[in-house]
Design a protein around this ligand. Structure first.
Ligand code: MG
Length: 330
């Protein structure tokens, strides 16, 4: 019979202890977590980056990933976007009664594997069980260190800078949407940790002014926010924005625009013009970056304006995503 989570797993007693040891500690073991203290004491640096994110994606497992991989990628990538070196994560799991223990084991295994890939340790955790219908939710807090003098920030774009993306737009969003709508496609989520890519850019001395992972709201929302933060005008070339034929067809069928659809393993980078070609090559040769492209530039122009030049010579002024979008993609 399939083992499922029941309220006793949240009691704090023996069943909770067994669940924690069998499912979580077995996968996340490291010398800090293994102490099982009330809080983890870790080595720090003088500048610490902290971020937190809750993951409520449905379905929990989807083409190309699952909530375990997703929560590590989302949190680690947010640290990386400030130039931080990700070090530690926490794992707060909220389990609904009826959740499959086998499914939980799979996503926690995936979380541990992705943490190893990203070079972070999971050093603290918590598990709660609530009434419900088998859902699995995970909150992760991430901690990283920021080297002295590193300054990568939303407002740092300068006129003349070049805007790049690390790959195709909309993949994660389209993968989740196809699962939810029961549409047969083989579109895979792009959920991926971007530490190797960012590390390669910085190690090569690329003058990276701004980084942002292209998540909820999509490329247009992210770049509009960055244009406003920098007080600059951003100009995009529509034909340069990479989208796979599969995602393009899927979006066409549903009347969606890939530039408003989220990814979970792509970044937008704004770099000094002189470094743009090198940056593109470095990203293309990094893991998860083969479809990188230069998509636009930063101008003095009208502060906060985001404009896209269309293939037929027109111009489209873009705002942030309006309305709800698809809920629970992350
Ligand atoms: Mg982000």
């Amino acid at each position: 019979m399939e083992k499922v989570i029941s309220m006793v797993h949240g009691s704090g007693g023996q069943a909770t202890g067994e669940l924690i040891h069998e499912v979580f500690a077995a996968e996340f073991d490291n010398e800090t977590l293994d102490l099982m203290e009330d809080s983890a004491v870790v080595k720090g640096g003088s500048r610490i980056a902290i971020t937190t994110d809750s993951f409520v994606v449905t379905p929990v497992e989807f083409k190309g990933g699952d909530i375990g991989r997703l929560c590590v990628c989302g949190t680690v990538n947010d640290l990386l976007m400030r130039g931080a070196e990700p070090k530690y994560l926490t794992c707060g799991a909220i389990l609904e009664e009826g959740a499959s223990v086998d499914q939980l084991k799979r996503v926690i295994h995936s979380m541990a594997e992705t943490a190893r890939e990203a070079g972070v340790q999971i050093v603290a955790g918590d598990t709660k069980v609530i009434e419900g219908s088998g859902g699995i939710y995970i909150n992760t807090t991430g901690v990283g260190t920021v080297p002295k003098d590193r300054d990568i920030s939303s407002g740092n774009a300068e006129a003349g800078d070049v805007i790049l993306v690390s790959g195709t737009m909309g993949d994660h969003h389209a993968a989740i949407l196809s699962e939810r709508m029961n549409i047969e496609t083989d579109i895979q989520s792009d959920n991926a940790p971007l530490g190797e890519m960012v590390g390669n850019l910085l190690a090569a001395g690329i003058r990276v002014h701004t980084l942002r992972d292209v998540t909820r709201g999509g490329l247009a929302t992210v770049l509009k926010e960055l244009a406003e933060a920098a007080g600059k005008q951003f100009v995009l070339e529509e034909e340069a924005v990479p989208v796979t034929p599969k995602v393009r067809d899927f979006c066409g069928m549903l009347g969606l625009d890939p530039i408003y659809m989220g990814n979970e393993g792509k970044l937008a980078a704004i770099v000094d013009r002189e470094d743009a070609e090198n940056a593109l090559e470095i990203i293309r040769h990094s893991r998860y970056g083969k479809d990188a492209a230069v998509i636009g530039r930063v101008e003095d122009g009208e502060p906060g304006r985001l404009v896209m030049k269309t293939g037929i010579g027109g111009e489209r002024v873009l705002g942030v995503l309006q309305g709800e979008g698809l809920p629970r993609i992350c």
